[in-house]
Design a protein around this ligand. Structure first.
Ligand SMILES: Cc1ncc(COP(=O)(O)O)c(C=O)c1O
Length: 386
């Protein structure tokens, strides 16, 4: 028998359900996609300009491992202004290759083999894989439609074992659009203290929130000391391709993240770091404009899905709607596959996002309103044909 070249953990890792689906969609004509998880806007002009200028000024070298100090200072000031949480820019912030790298660093710096990480699901597709690749065990705790996909504190509490090292949360949430209530986050903070757990809080959609206030987890009482805050520029500033994000954590934890970072990527892209300084310092009005536009698309898609008769929890954050499709008699994978085959609309089956996503599909509204309207028409035809 031939030797297995790949490590067992990589060999056994399932490819992302999203990718599989989009590879199929890409081969078809006339597809309306509600599948993408990224802004359709181009990066705001001052940010583009700052990136270009940095190149002409010869800023084409590595930066310090932590990232440009000017960027870390701007980020520390930004977090202090918005959430009243203080990070020392010198040694408590690292600039990363997107929020994705910040997740990778957290898992690899924190986990011993066999350490368990509790993850409320449905969740971003990378979470379970990042934990597994770092040698940990991902323990999924489904969030419930009936609770508006808020944290299920009882279920989280029941999932804690002596091997639990961390809880990995994401609000506003991909794929549900849920914003956790402050009350539940406070309860989670009490659980974390009682059981000495770290909380990895991925707040990459913090600025994309509609008619609600974002609660920054490390700003809750005593939480700064046991939280790794993950954030980024991809979503708020429409900068997915620039590959830039950050992690902030108390110095002892951040030191570990930076060790992994320096041996993995050295430093985040320099051009993107210069661009990000301008994003933070000059581009708030663009964030507000994009948020306003997402909000009107959000209203369009929610009222359309309700009209079609698909049950939905109103999403107050990110740019996703997550209707329940199981009442149609189809499971989410068959629903998405048939919707694509028969009506050429791409949505993502909820089970790609973990156990809690079964029976739902994710519809991204980070796409033009006429596309959303066309997709809604086709979904209506599809549902009424069942
Ligand atoms: C919840 C969540 N976290 C992290 C990321 C990664 O973003 P990036 O690496 O572009 O910063 C995404 C991207 O879709 C996301 O949805």
């Amino acid at each position: 028998m031939r030797k297995l070249y790949l490590s067992r953990k990589v060999d056994e890792l399932k490819p992302s359900g999203i990718r599989k689906f989009f590879d199929i969609a890409a081969t078809m004509d006339n597809v309306v996609s509600l599948g993408i998880g990224e802004p359709d806007f181009t990066t705001p002009p001052p940010i583009l300009e700052a990136g270009v200028q940095s190149l002409y000024q010869g800023e084409t070298h590595y930066t310090s491992n932590h990232g440009l100090i000017k960027l870390r200072e701007a980020l520390a000031a930004h977090l202090e202004n918005l959430y009243n949480v203080h990070y020392n820019p010198n040694d408590e912030i690292v600039i990363t290759v997107g929020g994705s790298e910040a997740l990778y660093l957290s898992a690899n710096a924190l986990l011993e083999p066999g350490d368990e990480v509790i993850i409320p699901t449905p969740c971003f597709v990378s979470y379970q894989a990042e934990v597994t690749l770092a040698g940990g065990v991902a323990v999924e705790v489904p969030s419930r439609f009936e609770d508006d996909f808020d944290l299920d504190i009882q279920a989280i509490s029941a999932a804690i074992t002596p091997r639990t090292k961390a809880v990995l949360i994401n609000y506003p949430n991909n794929p549900t659009g849920a914003v956790a209530s402050r009350e539940k986050l406070l309860k989670l903070s009490q659980l974390a203290e009682k059981n000495d757990l770290i909380v990895i809080s991925d707040e990459i959609y913090d600025r994309l929130i509609y008619g609600m206030e974002h609660t920054c987890f490390p700003a809750l009482p005593n939480m700064r000391e046991r939280t790794v805050l993950i954030g980024g520029f991809s979503k708020s500033y429409a900068m997915t391709g620039w590959r830039i994000g950050f992690a902030a954590a108390p110095v002892e934890i951040l030191k570990g993240l930076v060790k992994v970072h320096q041996y993995t990527v050295m430093s985040a892209p320099t051009i993107s770091q210069y661009a990000a300084i301008t994003a933070l310092k000059q581009c708030d009005q663009f964030v507000q404009q994009m948020r306003k536009e997402y909000n009107s698309r959000r209203n369009l898609i929610i009222s359309g899905l309700k009209y079609i008769g698909l049950p939905i929890v109103e999403p107050f954050g990110a740019f996703y709607a997550f209707p329940k499709v199981s009442n149609t008699g189809l499971n989410d994978e068959v629903f998405a596959q048939r919707l694509l085959d028969e009506k050429r609309v791409a949505v993502v089956p909820g089970s790609s996002f973990g156990k809690g996503g079964k029976g739902f599909v994710r519809c991204s509204y980070a796409t033009a309103p006429d596309q959303i309207e066309e997709a809604l028409d086709r979904i209506q035809q599809f549902v009424s044909s069942l």
